[in-house]
Design a binder for this molecule. Structure first.
Ligand code: NAD
Length: 373
């Protein structure tokens, strides 16, 4: 919709990316038509499809558009066709360039269990029922980027590999601030996680989280937990958590662990946020957790819910459209409660469920939106 003042860059990518994005387009169109929430949409290629078209996994022109957009909605990249291209041209480099140049330092990964899917979890239903946690992973610092790094050969001929975990106070504070702000809109609890018992970066992390809490967020409940203990508590009693904030490495591992609490990869959205500008708006990229799923691409089997939930996160975090985000989430919850299941959600069940493909799931969500509105 022209003149909407909401500039959105849509990058469907490869494999099932374009398929699930097609279904989200229906939800976007519904928002314009039924809620007068319009978007100025630009669409472009990324990953393998950009490599085929431009010879690079993300062109400079696309990067510029992303930097100017209010939000980027991303599908997925990669696939066997590009498995053997040189390292700098790999489809994933397109996504990494976006994250780096947009300086998206806070990665938000919700782990929410829908009642209808409680049996799909790797854990017992009584442990995960009603689960709704948010893991915030620091995304641009820590051991994946710290210098010095590399492999050297020692004088005795033996090899030595080095990675460096480094964090500055400012890097810790800005991601913890995101956690505190978010907790205020949820159950008002933050658990900050590190290994302050054995790591200097952990000691600083704990000090900075505590200091920031004292300075600006005393109303939020703050606890600290060593990352190994947290890994254990996530499977023992996950419902004790609301917002978890942690560094890049621990966040990578813990958020994958948390995703298994919820069942299928096809259900999991994410958001990556940058620093607020003068108007308070953050650069932001929204994407499902899953990849391009070459095994099912082109077959109409992909579950579009993770992409649709990523769009709902965008409504909430980039455009402050909480009511509309709630609507999308509620429509998805109701469609699942009515028994609609893509193949990934079946888990061997066939009774009381309606097996559907990608498009039917998208249509069912839009139909439910109509009913709810
Ligand atoms: P994947 O997430 O693509 O698939 C893992 C399994 O989950 C597959 O069996 C797939 O069919 C299933 N699956 C994933 N999403 C689904 C959905 N929406 N509905 C139904 N089933 C779904 O991971 P992979 O197989 O390890 O990687 C495949 C390709 O994707 C690789 O090229 C990899 O590099 C790339 N990848 C990209 C991203 C990204 O774009 N952010 C993330 C992970 C992997």
């Amino acid at each position: 919709m022209a003149g909407s003042n909401r500039n959105l860059l849509v990058l469907p990518g490869d494999g099932i990316g374009p398929e699930v994005m097609n279904e989200v387009r229906k939800v976007i169109a519904w928002m314009g038509k039924k809620r007068a929430v319009g978007f100025d949409i630009q669409e472009d290629v990324v990953g393998g499809s950009a490599l085929d078209k431009h010879g690079v996994p993300l062109s400079d022109a696309t990067m510029k558009t992303a930097l100017e957009a209010d939000a980027v909605l991303f599908g997925s990249v990669g696939g066997p066709k590009w498995d053997n291209v040189e390292f700098d041209k790999k489809p994933e480099r397109g996504l990494l360039r976006l994250r780096k140049e947009m300086d998206l330092f806070a990665n938000l990964r919700p782990a929410k269990v829908f009642d209808a899917l409680v049996d799909a979890s790797a854990l017992r239903p009584e442990i995960v029922k009603g689960l709704d946690i948010m893991i915030i992973r620091e995304l641009t610092g820590g051991v994946y980027f710290g210098e010095p790094r590399g492999v050297t050969t020692l004088p005795n001929g033996e090899k030595e590999a080095i990675d460096t975990q480094r964090y500055k106070s400012s890097e810790i504070r800005r991601v913890c601030a995101v956690a505190f702000e978010l907790a205020r809109k949820r159950k008002n609890k933050v658990c900050s996680s590190e290994k302050a018992n054995v790591m200097h970066t952990g000691v600083l992390w704990r000090q900075e989280a505590t200091k920031l809490h004292q300075e600006s967020y005393k109303d939020v409940e703050l606890s600290h937990m060593y990352a190994d203990a947290l890994a254990m508590q996530l499977v023992r009693w996950p419902a004790q958590f609301d917002v978890i904030v942690t560094d890049n490495l621990f966040g990578d591992i813990l958020s994958d662990e948390a995703s298994m609490l919820t069942g299928s990869l096809g259900m999991l959205p994410s958001a990556s946020l940058g620093a607020p500008d003068a108007t308070g708006r953050r650069k932001a990229l929204y994407e499902p957790i899953h990849g391009s799923a070459p095994d099912i691409a082109g077959k109409g089997l992909a579950n579009p819910i993770a992409e649709a939930l990523s769009f709902a996160m965008m409504l909430r975090f980039s455009f402050d459209l909480g009511t509309e985000a709630d609507l999308v989430e509620k429509a998805i919850e109701n469609v699942l409660a009515a028994g609609y299941r893509t193949a990934d959600l079946l888990g061997g069940k066939s009774e009381g469920v309606k097996k559907v493909g990608t498009q039917e799931m998208g249509d069912a969500i839009v139909k439910e939106l109509d009913r709810l509105a």
